[in-house]
Design a protein around this ligand. Sequence first.
Ligand SMILES: NC(=O)C1=CN([C@@H]2O[C@H](COP(=O)(O)OP(=O)(O)OC[C@H]3O[C@@H](n4cnc5c(N)ncnc54)[C@H](OP(=O)(O)O)[C@@H]3O)[C@@H](O)[C@H]2O)C=CC1
Ligand SMILES: CC(C)(CO)C(=O)C(=O)O
Length: 350
Amino acid sequence: MSVGRPPAAAAISILIMGAGSVGCYLGGLLAAAGLRVDFVGRPRVLADVRAQGLTVSDLGGGRHHLPAAELHLHDSLPAGLRPAITLLCVKSGATAEAAAQLQASLPAGSLVVSMQNGVGNTERARTAAPALDWRAGMTPFNVAELVPGHFHRGTMGALAMQGSPAEPGLLALQAAFRSQGMGLRLHADLRAVQWGKLLINLNNPVNAMSGLPLRAQLLQRGYRRCFAALQSEALDVLEQAGIEVAAMTPLPPRRLITMLRLPTPLFRMLAARMLKIDAKARSSMADDLALGRPTEIDALCGEVVRFAAGQGGQAPLNARMQALVQAWAQGQQGFYSPHDLQLALGLRAV
Ligand SMILES: NC(=O)C1=CN([C@@H]2O[C@H](COP(=O)(O)OP(=O)(O)OC[C@H]3O[C@@H](n4cnc5c(N)ncnc54)[C@H](OP(=O)(O)O)[C@@H]3O)[C@@H](O)[C@H]2O)C=CC1
Ligand SMILES: CC(C)(CO)C(=O)C(=O)O
């Protein structure tokens, strides 16, 4: 056993369902830690990994290359797999179908963690595949496929999952991630963390509509004001309903909103940690628009709009942002300047 490999690592096997950016990065880290990892993904993604091997890297300089011959790659879910833990890494629109495929193949009671954005995927998966043991998870950082077969983490943060340290499989998973310098926090209830992440993901459509990488977009006050306004509206609705929201940054959500609205020189000074982002990193929604794929807007702004309606209220800014992204999908394409995006959301432009 190589140095840095956790003692329990060899004992558990992992299935990655949806080998895209997040799936290949997480699976690559776990394979580098010595776990058996099976990847199920689309032929167009796996063909590159078969040709180049899998490289995972991060903004701190970490890097592993796994030769293709050492990987277990599948174009569809093979029969007979018995993973200790499955990580569901498909986009929200693909959840129900992937969950049903898992239920058709895995033993009842198999533990599956959704590493997806949004607060509704675990329940969506449970509805489609009630025989499996579904858990919520949270991926805090950005992953981009820099070149075919190379998945790069461009921001920081520790993973989170719903579970207990009394579960040996999750402890082994935690140890494997730790051996690769990646934190994994276990929570009895992940709801507050998921809502906290959703608030951060309200920047995804702003970033996608800007056409810019994340860092460059966050350095423009007009775009930050759009992000802050979407967050503020969502937070108002959640607070009124008594929903707890965990902080995803060193600042609590309200203070983050205040900071986002500051003039750029001040923001740049105070948000140094938040701005530790690779220059090329962009949101997963920007990737979707660039590749002409369905976006997750319904699971982000759409979730806020539905939640508000469920409370007898409204979330008009999130509704407008949802409409802008949907209009893009219907062919009204074109990026927004900070000024135009503020106006399109009905904000006073600065
Ligand atoms: N990318 C990022 O930086 C981050 C993403 N997230 C979240 O993680 C989740 C995954 O995102 P991301 O990795 O970017 O998504 P990707 O689209 O890069 O990867 C998902 C992959 O799974 C494939 N897939 C879908 N259904 C199946 C199936 N039934 N069997 C096999 N493969 C399937 C998809 O193919 P196809 O395209 O054909 O559907 C796609 O290749 C999302 O919820 C996202 O919001 C969270 C944090 C950061
Ligand atoms: C990490 C973050 C917040 C932004 O890249 C993300 O979750 C995404 O791109 O979907």
